[in-house]
Design a protein around this ligand. Structure first.
Ligand code: MEV
Length: 423
């Protein structure tokens, strides 16, 4: 499969779908779902409460991705302009040097059990650790299917946490959740262990819930960009200058949380779009990403360096809590088609793709920001929306939008004047 599709953006949506269907070997049923965007009301009611309708997002395909030696087409559901284009652009730059390489630490989630009113927390900690094996067995009895698939609770950690209400004893269950996101599995285990923790601590167990700071489930990706690939026609900056500005942009984020927030938002543009397309829980991923970014004072989730060959070395590391089984992914026929396009075999493989997309998104955004700026790209799409909203007939939208951009007057009133002139 070749993820480089020449002129993909110039095709009509139906032609794009057919190109993707051919390459990804999609079934007729999956193509049908993509054309008819179907989560029916009854199925929607099984996902959430008080349902009265469904809401559609544009589903785009980022092209050019090569990840760990395999080409991938990336489904992205997002309402923001330029995101899919920037990811595809960066993936094309990375492709020249082999694309992205990923590393995933393994699908391990953490569940927390909070015990309050423990009078001797340090000694209670030892009591719990001495019974770790039995506690692990009890946790695993809750999910024999997970254990059968090679997963299950592997470790018990105990922390004494200072809080505004005094010291609390916090037990962590470290659970290999295999290909699930794992929320239900670990929460059930935590609830089952609660009475034992109360017995051992003689305290009061309250919360029993997973932690979204999933730092045992880290996904990493790298890519290398030669300076020549970064040259900017629009600004006449050399590739080396763009490279150095990107490193400075990263340093800015590393030194200033106001910038780091936006830097990371750019990363999450890509990651959330893939999460939405696959019906994964993007709130969990967001929470984990920002908590991880804040572990030593809030900073960027990517880093940029100049390597020994003067290339830009790009890296990302963040928790990615996603699943390929269980959860809601299978409930949405379009999400199912998106998973067919991604064609992954495990949650780890999917997490690696999320990391690569986050890195590409950030690299694409920074490249534009340090050179021509992002408004040029945004404005041409925005101008089309303005022209349409002003009532431009379909055959004139592109022409009027181009004129609005050329005049630097992307406004409804000017669009209306142009429509009068052209019709
Ligand atoms: C826009 O949604 C995202 C960016 O602002 C990210 C960034 O500034 O790095 C372009």
């Amino acid at each position: 499969m070749d993820s480089r599709i020449e002129g993909f953006y110039k095709l009509e949506p139906r032609e794009r779908l057919s190109a993707v269907a051919d390459r990804a070997g999609l079934s007729a049923a999956a193509v049908d779902q993509l054309q008819n965007t179907g989560l029916d009301l009854e199925s929607a009611s099984d996902v959430s409460e008080n349902v009265i309708g469904t809401l559609e997002y544009p589903l785009g395909i980022a092209t050019n991705f090569r990840i760990d030696g395999s080409d991938r087409l990336i489904p992205m559901a997002i309402e923001e302009t330029s995101v899919v284009a920037a990811a595809s652009y960066a993936a094309r730059m990375a492709r020249e040097t082999g694309g992205f390489e990923t590393h995933v630490s393994g699908p391990k989630m953490i569940a927390q059990i909070q015990a309050t009113g423990v009078s001797a927390p340090e000694s209670a900690k030892v009591k719990i650790l001495r019974e770790s094996d039995d506690l692990i067995d009890l946790a695993n009895e809750q999910d024999p299917v997970l254990v059968e698939h090679g997963g299950g609770c592997e470790e018990i950690e105990v922390r004494v946490v200072e809080t505004p209400r005094g010291a609390m004893l916090v037990v962590h269950l470290i659970v290999d959740v295999r290909d699930a996101m794992g929320g239900n599995a670990v929460n059930t285990m935590a609830e089952a262990l609660a009475p034992e923790i109360e017995r051992l601590t003689r305290g009061d167990v309250s919360l029993r819930i997973l932690s979204n700071l999933a730092d045992r489930r880290l996904a990493r990706a790298t890519c290398t960009i030669p300076p020549a690939a970064l040259e900017s026609d629009e600004t006449s900056l050399s590739g080396a200058a763009v490279r150095d500005r990107i490193v400075d942009a990263w340093a800015f984020a590393a030194g200033d949380p106001y910038r780091a927030a936006t830097h990371n938002k750019g990363i999450m543009n890509g990651i959330d779009a893939v999460a939405t397309a696959t019906f994964n829980d993007w709130r969990a991923i967001e929470a984990g990403a920002h908590a991880y970014a804040a572990r030593d004072g809030y900073g960027p989730l990517t880093s940029y360096e100049v390597d020994a060959d003067e290339n830009l070395a790009c890296t990302i590391e963040l928790p990615i809590q996603v699943g390929t089984v269980g959860g809601a992914t299978r409930l949405h026929p379009v999400a199912q088609a998106a998973m067919d396009i991604l064609d992954v075999e495990s949650a780890d493989e999917l997490a690696g793709i999320f990391a690569a997309v986050g890195l590409a998104q950030n690299l694409g955004g920074l490249r534009a920001l340090v050179s021509e700026g992002i408004q040029a790209g945004h404005m041409s799409l925005h101008a089309k929306n303005i022209a349409t909203q002003a009532g431009a007939p379909e055959h004139l939208v592109d022409e009027i939008a181009a004129q609005l951009v050329a005049e630097e007057a992307v406004r409804q009133d000017r669009a209306e004047e142009l429509i009068d002139e052209y019709t």
